[in-house]
Ligand binder design. Structure first.
Ligand SMILES: C[S@@+](CC[C@H](N)C(=O)[O-])C[C@H]1O[C@@H](n2cnc3c(N)ncnc32)[C@H](O)[C@@H]1O
Length: 271
């Protein structure tokens, strides 16, 4: 089946966050401009591919934790191109009645997700900017799949660093409609202490050419994104130190720290 959609606004000469990340994760839904940028980044900073995989592993562990906590509905903000371990696959592997809404602003990511989810009654895709909270909540896909009277998990994984202005108000928008027992998961790039000049140049080049430039934030700023949520243990930590599994721990020892902060917040009293 072919990927269809309105691609009229896409400039194949301009790298996109979704497609560069897909190239980093060894995916095939990307253009040469994205692969070239991923190659440049990996040449300047070979650890970047491992960082992308570590982020993806956090997403998997966080969703697993939320499923164990009884969460049945997930809104994946900035969901990206479908790749190994998509949220709906994890959710449906655990609970057949779990529901997932994917949200992304990238038309190619949205088209691929729609194709993958064709005929799936328990998952859907919204094409929107995650800053447009009202549009996402009012979208028929969200309304069909998410019952806001029940707890919902908002996943903002590796997306808020593509938002230059303070993402706080947007997150408050989602929090204000969420039932007690809802969750917010965040992972967010920070400046690696030892980022080489070459890697900094690749980031600057990406920022100059893309519609979704990167904004690095420090630990305190990322912790501030959980304003109004009860930040759960272990707090805001490097992504690979967030409840690592045995295999992840070996990785942790073998490589240095991943410059991505991660945390999980819960709304309402502690259980
Ligand atoms: C690095 S990918 C992360 C994908 C997935 N969340 C993960 O962690 O594996 C970031 C995604 O966020 C999307 N994105 C960036 N800014 C966005 C915005 N303002 N609204 C919606 N999606 C956005 C990009 O199109 C891209 O697909």
């Amino acid at each position: 089946m072919a990927v269809t959609g309105d691609f009229s606004g896409i400039d194949p000469g301009r790298p996109s966050a979704a497609r560069v990340y897909d190239a980093m994760l060894d995916g095939s839904s990307n253009f040469e401009v994205d692969r070239a940028l991923a190659r440049q980044m990996l040449a300047a900073e070979p650890r970047a591919r491992r960082w992308a995989y570590a982020n993806r592993a956090f997403l998997r562990r966080a969703v697993g934790f939320l499923l164990d906590e009884g969460v049945r509905q997930f809104v994946d903000l900035g969901s990206g191109l479908p790749t190994v371990g998509n949220v709906h696959e994890i959710v449906h592997g655990y609970r057949l009645d779990g529901r997932v809404v994917y949200v992304d602003v990238d038309p190619i990511a949205v088209a691929h997700s729609r194709l993958l989810l064709a005929g799936d009654e328990r998952a859907g895709v919204v094409c929107a900017d995650i800053r447009d909270v009202d549009a996402i909540l009012a979208d028929p896909v969200t309304r069909r799949l998410v019952d806001l009277d029940e707890p919902v998990a908002f996943l903002a994984v590796a997306v808020l660093h593509f938002i230059a202005q303070n993402p706080g108000p947007m997150l408050t928008g989602f929090r204000s409609v969420a039932a007690p027992g809802s969750y917010l998961a965040v992972s967010h790039l920070t400046t690696p202490g030892d980022l080489s000049a070459d890697a900094a140049e690749v980031v600057a080049d990406y920022n100059a050419r893309t519609a979704t430039p990167l904004t690095f934030r420090g630990r305190a700023e990322v912790a501030g994104l959980f304003d109004g949520w009860q930040l759960l243990a272990p707090g805001v930590v490097p992504v690979d130190e967030w409840w690592p599994e045995p295999g992840d721990l070996e990785e942790l020892e073998a490589h240095g720290r991943v410059p991505i902060w991660a945390g999980l917040g819960r709304l309402g009293p502690a259980v």
